[in-house]
Design a protein around this ligand. Structure first.
Ligand code: 1PZ
Length: 214
């Protein structure tokens, strides 16, 4: 077993998302990225067929981490402060990618859309029948969300990768939170927090008309 693998549990990942929303209902960037990093580690456990997906997620996590390590790091403490700072300083390409192809706003939006998929996927997993197929839950939720933003070639590759997913019970056990029943209970506890993070970000982006950033 790889070092640390025995202690890896999806519980800590989901706990990171529970720490995202501040008392002022702002979304904190650091726990958000910590949550995504954990999801990437989990995805890597599922096999190399998913590496094209985890690589893209890592690239996006690193872009935002770089802002968090820059001179302007305090502007990137929350999604609210990031949006305010980048818009006020004309750091976002609104029509097409040109001078600021990797703005925090457009990069975060990609993770935000993926969080919507994650929310639906985990909910599908939580409420699914014992013998249901993870691959079906995954492709149905993907087609209903993220797929709308992806070109044909990526949708195709994603569809192929989904076929490699194990059955629901094995998948729940891979989460390392105990039995399948315990994993389901943990999902029930954690999902409302993920929904809340998604909802706050969605409202913020809608308010600033940023939901279609190129
Ligand atoms: C458990 C099974 C995992 C299924 C994951 C389902 C999501 C499939 C996503 C396929 C993404 C493929 C790679 C590249 C996509 C990029 O083009 C887009 C848009 O970015 P742009 O080109 O505009 O810069 N990237 C994304 O949409 C972000 C995708 C992040 C996906 C992270 C999934 C993490 C899964 C955790 C599983 C527990």
């Amino acid at each position: 077993m790889a070092a640390g693998a025995e202690t890896f549990s999806l519980r800590e990942v989901l706990v990171a998302f529970t720490a995202c929303v501040s008392e002022q209902r702002e979304v904190r960037v650091d726990p958000y990225l910590a949550g995504w990093k954990g999801l990437v580690r989990f995805l890597n456990c599922l096999g190399t067929i998913f590496s094209f997906i985890s690589k893209d997620a890592v690239t996006k996590i690193e872009i935002i981490e770089n802002y968090r390590n820059s001179d302007q790091q305090e502007k990137y403490l929350t999604v609210q402060s990031m949006v305010e700072y980048e818009l006020a300083n004309d750091l976002v390409d609104l029509q097409k990618r040109s001078k600021h192809p990797d703005s925090g706003c457009r990069t975060f939006l990609r993770l935000h859309r993926a969080l919507h998929w994650l929310q639906m996927f985990l909910e599908g997993l939580r409420t699914g029948e014992d013998n249901s197929k993870t691959s079906v839950i995954c492709s149905e939720t993907y087609n209903a969300s993220l797929a709308n933003y992806h070109p044909w070639i990526i949708r195709k590759a994603a569809g192929v990768a989904f076929c490699a997913l194990p059955t629901r019970n094995t998948f729940l056990e891979t989460m390392n939170v105990g039995t399948a029943e315990e994993a389901v209970a943990m999902l029930g506890e954690a999902l409302p927090y993920i929904c809340e993070v998604y909802k706050i970000t969605e409202e913020l982006y809608a308010q600033h008309k940023l939901l279609d950033l190129p």
